[in-house]
Each structure stands twice: as C-alpha cells, then as structure tokens.
Design a protein. Structure first.
Length: 100
C-alpha cells in the first residue's frame, strides 16, 4: 500500500481504555464467527458479555494466525505462557457449537 492509499486507523480515548475479559465464547454459522467477550467475577453467578465481535470466516482465520504469531513473539520475549485451570472449571474459551 503506498502513502496515497494508506489506511489511517483512528482510536478514540474510550476504545483505547479497552475492556477486560477473562472468558470468550465462540460460535459460528456458515457465514460468520461470533466472539463474545465475557467478564467472570468470583462469587457472582451472572457473567455479562462485555463485547461481541462478528467476523467473516476469512477474517476469523486471519485473526487466528495473527494471534498465533503474536503469542510466539510474546513467549520468545517473556517465556512460555502457562495455562492454569480457572475456578469452577470454566475454560477461558468455550465453543458451544455451530450456531451463531
């Protein structure tokens, strides 16, 4: 992409703050992937969805590769990421099936 066609990405102050999530539920249909980012709090029986991202299958795969590449870079710099069992045996990523 040359400078004339360069995409300029804007990040508002509100979005730059980010949203904390410690659980992601991923589902899909034939045309899209849906990722719900959820925050689980100890002792609270309800866990609200804090953000939902809808992706095309192609973009979901690109995201998977980008995450994989960044995890490799992270682990080279900071060491292996250890995965421990979360409380209540709820995995940090759940795939409840193929319905979005």
């Amino acid at each position: 992409m040359n400078e004339k066609n360069q995409l300029q990405i804007e990040l508002s102050a509100e979005v730059a703050e980010g949203i904390y999530s410690n659980l992601a539920v991923i589902s899909h249909s034939s045309s899209e992937f849906v990722v719900d980012f959820i925050r689980i709090m100890p002792g609270i029986p309800k866990a609200p969805v804090k953000s939902r991202i809808v992706l095309t299958p192609e973009h979901a795969k690109r995201l998977m590769f980008a995450l994989q590449e960044n995890i490799i870079k992270y682990e080279k710099q900071f060491g292996n990421i250890r995965i421990t069992e979360p409380e209540n045996n709820i995995p940090p990523f759940m795939t409840p099936g193929g319905e979005a």
